[in-house]
Design a protein around this ligand. Structure first.
Ligand SMILES: *Cc1c(COP(=O)(O)O)cnc(C)c1O
Length: 733
């Protein structure tokens, strides 16, 4: 929907605003703020921004927090001044229509059978917007994008997660450039969540039994467009003080905390659905964290339908899909036999299996007592539809888990792949959307998964595309400078440092972005492997290059924190000051600014450890170019002219040698390809080769790496077969 569509004739405006009281207007805004639908409609988010731009920014773009600070009269006055009445009414009406008109969606046509028995999508984190801090990184944002696209497509789906009242941490760097973590309690009153209610209208608390007593969790509801997201929260009366904090932090605590969280997510999640009166036809476990869920479903089938354990297991597995995201064995959750018995003991007794039998479900070799209980293994054993998240990751996963199917050759291991995608409306900048509206037609978003319509970007005027990109780049750099000067102030540096931060970065310079978790395999410091030559490259007066970094290291990851420190402290080196900058407190807001504004997105993980990666897909939509190792999604996306490849998709058995070689290759591609292509201007001042590459990138990748395409693939390859109880195997390749 473009801005133009939101501006009806003047007579409508007059008519509406005389009829509506301040309270009614305020309530409409509250309704809009109560459904995360607004966060992928920039023109709706702008309504809140316009009410008070400064507070909007200070409040992390949280509309409920903003409204809590204003009276209906104040809102009405502002709306009057800014002639916003019509837009507010329109936005409210659009939301209502969106929620009620579900008959004409793709899902109604293609996934109608899921209607009364929806998909239950389990994930340990959901990243939907910076104001709802229950995510840490890519996995969470992927889950958020998945449910947003399910909403857009009208696929019947409910989601289950955990409510972390302190979320992940907020990051700042100390005087030495070392990461410090701050945990802040979120204020439930200013989040778009409310208690979930059972069919009798009562709030819900579920109880999960362990040997040491029961764990209680209350259930919250978040509306994400048409999708309902239920979050379990252990901070309730009746839990021990320790257990009340069980869900306070994402990925905090030891393995004991971890298994208890995963009990609540998996077993508590199934109990919550039952209490809500929802009978899912399909269970989708997004990563191993929710791997206990099928055990509880098995227990219910045995109790309700009198099935034997074996029959219940077979049936439940046929209705269960499992997605693995982790290509390293060490990245999978593992629990000792003691922890398993303490926590799953009561459940396994109810389903009548021995401790050894249960342990066997989490082991590659069931009888091997040396083996700990692995959540990915139970996920694979209790599902008949399993997938990795890129083509390459599919190969890696089949090899990694081949021992689970010793009678099969590797290619026949039943783990397929569905490559990740991103929710286009969330990540697309408004000016780019308006450009697509003009060239692709105003209804393009309805078919954003259709590669054919994206061919029309070849018609886009090059100058217009370049100018749009430039406007976004300026916005990004303004944001970065503002953050940098704030960082200086917080460290009580003198005014000259604040000024330097404010003056840093050159809008004309080739700008390379890198923002993601600082896990060491992502090798954020790879660009420093030839540091003197890099300094020279960066400082060429006619062809300058600058880097913007952001990202958090896990609080327990010292090497990750050292990486951050090394990069952040480059500001003390005159060769890099103002040219290599680090933005603190990476979150979805920082991502959005960066992926919408940089020229090049750098991605250089140690192959093949990046299962997919998604941040580069967000860049494509906004006209940025990827420069990446041929790992994860880029291994199948790169076609020789839609971006840049570092190396040719091989690695050495010795990772040290790989790192050295990749460092050289990165430097070479920057020096020999990226920089010349960017600075090669025609008489009109435009970098034509570069712009052609932008267009190729959008035309070949936007549809394929959209979350709409991804969710459609899940529907066709997993959900529909699973709903029918078929154990169809996904095509591999
Ligand atoms: C998209 C996104 C990611 C994913 O980044 P990768 O490069 O795929 O690791 C991580 N964190 C946030 C906040 C994101 O928005």
């Amino acid at each position: 929907m473009s801005q133009a569509e939101l501006t009806p004739p003047a007579n409508v405006e007059r008519q509406n605003w005389t009829e509506i009281t301040p309270e009614a207007l305020y309530n409409k805004l509250q309704t809009i703020a109560g459904n995360l639908w607004w966060c992928w409609r920039p023109e709706v988010g702008n309504l809140f921004r316009e009410l008070d731009p400064v507070r909007w920014r200070q409040l992390d773009h949280n509309p409920k927090a903003l409204l809590a600070e204003m009276t209906p009269q104040q809102v009405a006055e502002r709306a009057n001044e800014l002639a916003m009445y019509t837009r507010i009414n329109q936005a409210h009406r659009r939301l209502t229509e969106y929620l009620t008109d579900t008959r004409h969606t793709w899902g109604a046509r293609e996934a109608g059978v899921l209607g009364s028995k929806p998909v239950a999508y389990f994930s340990a984190e959901f990243g939907m917007h910076e104001s709802v801090p229950i995510y840490s990184g890519g996995l969470g944002v992927l889950s958020g994008d998945h449910i947003k696209s399910a909403s857009g497509l009208g696929v019947p789906l409910v989601a289950i997660g955990l409510f972390y009242d302190q979320g992940y941490f907020k990051q700042h760097l100390d005087g030495e450039g070392y990461q410090q973590e701050d945990y802040i309690d979120t204020n439930v009153a200013t989040l778009p969540i409310k208690p979930a209610l059972d069919p009798q209208g009562k709030s819900i608390t579920v109880s999960v039994e362990t040997r040491g007593g029961s764990l209680l969790a209350k259930v919250w509801l978040v509306n994400v467009g048409r999708v309902k997201l239920y979050l379990l929260d252990c901070d309730v009366d009746g839990n021990s003080p320790q257990d009340r904090e069980l869900t306070s932090r994402l990925y905090g605590g030891d393995t004991r905390t971890r298994i208890r969280q995963e009990m609540v997510l998996g077993i508590g999640g199934v109990k919550a659905l039952r209490a809500l009166g929802i009978t899912p036809g399909v269970y989708h476990l997004n990563e191993g964290h929710s791997g206990f869920a099928p055990l509880e479903v098995i227990r219910l089938r045995m109790q309700d339908d009198g099935l034997s354990f074996e029959d219940a297991l077979r049936e439940v597995a046929q209705h269960t899909c499992f997605t693995t995201h982790t290509p390293v064995p060490a990245g999978h959750d593992r629990f000792s036999a003691d922890l398993i018995e303490e926590h799953l003991g009561p459940t396994r007794e109810k389903i009548g299996i021995s401790h050894d039998q249960l342990m066997g479900l989490g082991r590659v070799e069931p009888q091997n007592h040396e083996e700990t209980f692995c959540m990915t293994v139970i996920g694979l054993k209790l599902s008949r539809h399993a997938n990795a998240v890129s083509s390459l990751h599919g190969h890696i996963s089949r090899r990694m888990w081949a021992n689970l199917w010793p009678w099969r050759v590797e290619e026949e291991v039943p783990i397929g792949h569905i490559t990740n995608g991103v929710h286009v409306p969330t990540w697309l900048a408004l000016p780019m959307r308006q450009l697509y509206d003009r060239y692709l037609g105003v209804n393009w978003a309805r078919k954003m998964y259709d590669p054919d319509q994206w061919q029309k970007v070849y018609d886009v005027d090059k100058g217009e595309l370049w100018e749009t990109h430039h406007a976004l780049k300026s916005r990004c750099l303004d944001f970065v400078r503002r953050r940098l000067s704030r960082q200086c102030r917080r460290r009580s540096e003198d005014e000259s440092a604040v000024d330097a931060a404010r003056m840093s970065l050159d809008p004309g310079a080739l700008t390379i972005g890198f923002a993601r978790r600082f896990a060491t395999y992502k090798r954020a410091d790879l660009f420093l492997s030839r540091i003197d030559e890099l300094a020279e490259l960066i400082n060429k007066s006619d062809r300058p290059v600058q880097f913007v970094f952001a990202g958090k290291a896990h609080p327990a990851d010292m090497p990750g924190k050292k990486l951050i420190q090394r990069i952040a402290n480059l500001r003390n080196d005159p060769r890099f000051a103002g040219r290599v900058v680090f933005v603190e407190d990476y979150d979805m807001n920082v991502t959005r600014h960066m992926i919408q504004g940089v020229d090049v997105w750098l991605n250089n993980p140690r192959r093949p450890l990046e299962a997919s990666g998604t941040s580069g897909m967000k860049v494509v939509l906004n006209g940025g170019l990827n420069c990446s190792i041929l790992d994860g999604w880029w291994g199948e996306a790169y076609n020789g002219k839609n971006g840049f490849a570092i190396g040719n998709g091989t690695q050495h058995v010795d990772s040290k040698i790989t790192d050295e070689r990749d460092g050289d290759l990165l430097f070479e591609v920057l020096r020999d390809e990226v920089v010349p292509c960017f600075y090669d201007r025609d008489a009109d001042g435009l970098p034509h080769r570069w712009i052609d590459m932008m267009v190729d990138s959008i035309a070949t990748l936007a549809a394929r790496f959209s979350a709409h395409r991804m969710v459609q693939d899940y529907v066709k390859m997993c959900y529909l077969p699973a709903a029918g109880g078929l154990s169809a195997e996904m095509k591999k390749g």
